[in-house]
Every structure is written in C-alpha cells, then in structure tokens.
Design a protein. Structure first.
Length: 228
C-alpha cells in the first residue's frame, strides 16, 4: 500500500510513509485551498463550492510542520504563512486569490478518504494499452495492492476494510471522475483517452470513497482486508 496526502486542494501532493486517519479523513489532507474573490475553492471543475482554476497542477505542496510549503511553477518555494503568499499566488494564477484554511465549508469532494487499487490501474492499462495509468492522475489517499486487472474496489461498496492494525474504513461510494485525470502534471502528459475510457467502460467511475469507522495510523506497506 502507498500513501498520499494533498495539503492544498488541487495542487500536487506528497508521498507519505504514514498517515493519521480521523472522522474528517486523512489528517491535513486538502486542509488548505485556493479561494477566489467569490469564496469558491480552486479545483479542476466548477460546482456550487468549487471553481475551475487553471494552473493549479503546476504547484506542489508538502507540509513543513503544520504549514504547507508550496513550490511554484518557476521553482520558487514559499511557506503558506509567508506575508506575501496571497500576492504571489495571485500573480502566478493571473487573478486575485488567497490561500485559505478549511473552516465551515469542507474542501473535500465527496468522501473523507479516497481509495484506488493497483488492480484498477492494471484494468485501465489493459483496456487502453497506450495509456500510462499512473496513480497520481487519480489523487488517492491510499493506493491498495491487489491482484488481477479489475476495478475490484467497486465490489467493496458497503463493506468494511481493516487497514493495518488499527484503522477500519467503510466503503461508501464510487468516485465519479472529472477532467482532472487527463491534465498534465509533473512528468505525466495530457491524455484525454483516460477519461474517455472511464466514461465508456465504467460509467465515469474509478476508485471509491470511504468513511473512517475506527481512527488510527496507517503505514506504507500495511495490509488491507475486507472484514464483512
């Protein structure tokens, strides 16, 4: 199992050795977001809470203590509590924005924890062999090792997972994908075939969301078992 956390919503995130899971989800995950002048949060899509803001995948955020450390597209690095952070982000994104910590409105899309399996990635590669099915495109918190080449996690809906020695998750919903999965990021090129395949072959769903039934810490390499 591999673990990911995204300190700032819709920016690239960090590969972690361990994560703490609580009722909200992964501790620190998407705790910060880019906020526009209308109060909407920067995303790859537009909804009642979110607004599509181009260029966010050009940034990467990791934590330095409890503060996000943001690498800009030009390579400069700035802490999220720097007095010039809002002006620097606004200048780079070409519009007035602020870096906002979650308060009354959740930054999460539709579920506390996002799960994808290696079996699902192999399924995608098999259906569209030319596609580079990389986990980073789907921004999971937990990439779970699994045999075969199917979206095995779709069969976990409504079931409880034991993750490591402490955590229990209840799989609550399939993850409906948006255009973010096709965007270029780091060394991954733009590839529209990914969303086309998921739309045609899987009703636009890939991966699942889960709720935290028993909180605790999970570690890279922990096993995952379906317990009911």
């Amino acid at each position: 199992m591999r673990l990911w956390r995204y300190p700032v919503k819709s920016m690239l995130g960090e590969h972690c050795e361990s994560l703490v899971l609580n009722a909200r989800g992964v501790e620190g995950d998407r705790l910060f977001a880019i906020r526009d002048t209308n109060g909407k949060f920067g995303s790859g899509k537009s909804t009642h809470r979110f607004r599509k803001i181009d260029g966010l995948f050009g940034f990467r955020a990791v934590y330095e203590g409890n503060v996000p450390l943001i690498r800009f597209p030009d390579g400069q690095i700035m802490r999220g509590d720097h007095p010039n952070i809002h002006a620097a982000l606004s200048n780079t994104l070409g519009q007035v924005v602020t870096l906002s910590q979650e308060a009354g409105i959740s930054h999460l899309d539709a579920g506390p924890v996002h799960l994808v399996t290696t079996a699902a990635l192999r399924w995608l590669s098999a259906v569209v062999p030319a596609v580079y099915a990389d986990e980073r495109r789907f921004r999971p918190n937990l990439l779970i090792d699994g045999p075969g080449a199917t979206q095995v996690e779709r069969g976990w809906l409504g079931k409880t997972l034991a993750v490591g020695n402490e955590v229990r998750l209840r799989v609550s919903a399939a993850t409906e994908r948006c255009n973010m999965v096709v965007f270029s990021q780091a060394d991954l090129p733009h590839d529209a075939r990914i969303l086309q395949c998921i739309t045609q072959e899987a009703d636009l769903c890939f991966g699942v969301y889960a709720e935290v039934l028993v909180p605790g810490r999970v570690k890279r390499g922990d096993g995952v078992t379906v317990v009911d």
